[in-house]
Unconditional design. Structure first.
Length: 284
C-alpha cells in the first residue's frame, strides 16, 4: 500500500508543473474547485512545514516561562470552580480540558480519564501530552499540580505556571492552524482574483482570446512561486524583499501570453492589409 494517495501524487505533480509556464496550456482547463483545492492544499502544506520549524520553540517554552517568572515580584491567580456536572472538552479524541468534577491532589488522579488540563476547586493540574498519548511515559513526564492557595502567588512557582502555559499553547495549536489556513487561503485567493481581473482587462485591450476561468487557473498555479517563499520565508527568517511577488507577476504574464491566442479579427485585418497592398501594386 502506497504511503501517499493518488490525490497527493497529483498535487505534487501539479506543484512541479506550476513552476513551468508552458504547462499552463493544459492546467488552465481545470475547473474552479480543482484550483481552489490546489491553493488550499498548498497553504496547508506550507503551514505544516512551518509548524515543524516552530517545534523547538514550543519545546523550550516551559523553561523560558519559568525563567521570565523570576522578573515578577508577585503574580497570582484567584478563581472559584464549583460545577454540578463535569465539563469535558475533547480534541481529536483526547480529553483535553476538564472543569470541575473529579478533584486532583498532588497531581494524581482520583478517577479515570484525566484531561490534559484539569481545573478543579483544589487547583489546576496539567498533564504532558506524551503521557496522555502513552501511559508508560507518565513516569518520565509527571503531572504538574498547583493548588488554589499556591495560585494566589505564582512568583515562587514558575515551574507550575510554565506547565500551564505549555499546555495552553499545545491546546490552542489546532485552532491557530485552522485560523491561519483560512487567513492565508483567503489572502492568496484575493491576490489571484486581483491578477485575474488585471489579466482579463489586459487581454481585452490587447485583443487576445482567453476566457476568465483560464486566466484564474493560471493565476492560481503561478501563485506557487509566491505562496511557498512567502509562508516559509518568515518561518525560517528569510527576507524576500518582494522578489516573490515580482516572480509571481512574471510567471502569470508568461502563462497568459503562452496560453492565449490572438483574436481572429486581428489576423484577418493583417491579411486584408497585405492583400490591399498587392492589389495596389497590380493596378499600378
Amino acid at each position: 500500500m502506497l504511503p501517499i494517495s493518488p490525490k497527493d501524487i497529483k498535487f505534487l505533480v501539479t506543484a512541479a508543473e506550476s513552476l513551468n509556464p508552458f504547462a499552463y496550456t493544459h492546467l488552465k482547463h481545470r475547473h474552479f474547485m480543482e484550483n481552489f483545492s490546489y491553493i488550499t492544499s498548498l497553504v496547508f502544506v506550507c503551514l505544516f512545514i512551518s509548524a515543524l520549524a516552530y517545534l523547538p520553540a514550543i519545546a523550550s517554552i516551559e523553561p523560558k516561562v519559568a525563567e521570565e517568572m523570576q522578573k515578577f515580584e508577585k503574580l497570582g491567580i484567584s478563581y472559584e470552580a464549583e460545577a454540578e456536572k463535569t465539563i469535558d472538552v475533547s480534541l481529536f479524541g483526547i480529553n483535553a480540558v476538564r472543569i470541575g468534577g473529579t478533584e486532583e491532589r498532588g497531581g494524581k488522579a482520583e478517577g479515570k480519564g484525566r484531561a490534559l488540563l484539569s481545573i478543579g476547586s483544589e487547583g489546576i493540574t496539567s498533564r504532558h501530552a506524551l503521557c496522555a498519548g502513552l501511559s508508560v511515559l507518565c513516569g518520565i513526564y509527571p503531572d504538574s499540580f498547583t493548588s488554589s492557595e499556591d495560585l494566589k502567588d505564582l512568583s515562587d512557582n514558575g515551574k507550575g505556571l510554565a506547565g500551564f502555559v505549555r499546555m495552553a499553547v499545545l491546546l490552542s495549536l489546532p485552532g491557530i492552524l485552522i485560523v491561519a489556513l483560512i487567513f492565508y487561503t483567503a489572502k492568496y485567493l484575493a491576490a489571484a482574483l486581483a491578477f485575474t481581473l488585471i489579466g482579463f482587462i489586459a487581454t481585452k485591450i490587447l485583443r487576445f482570446e482567453i476566457n476568465l476561468n483560464s486566466i484564474f487557473a493560471i493565476s492560481i498555479y503561478s501563485s506557487t512561486i509566491l505562496v511557498v517563499p512567502d509562508m516559509l520565508g518568515s518561518s525560517f527568517g528569510i527576507e524576500l524583499l518582494g522578489i516573490n511577488w515580482a516572480l509571481f507577476a512574471a510567471m502569470f504574464t508568461a502563462g497568459v501570453l503562452l496560453s492565449a491566442k490572438k483574436a481572429e479579427g486581428d489576423k484577418h485585418g493583417h491579411r486584408g492589409s497585405a492583400e490591399n497592398k498587392h492589389a495596389g501594386k497590380g493596378a499600378s
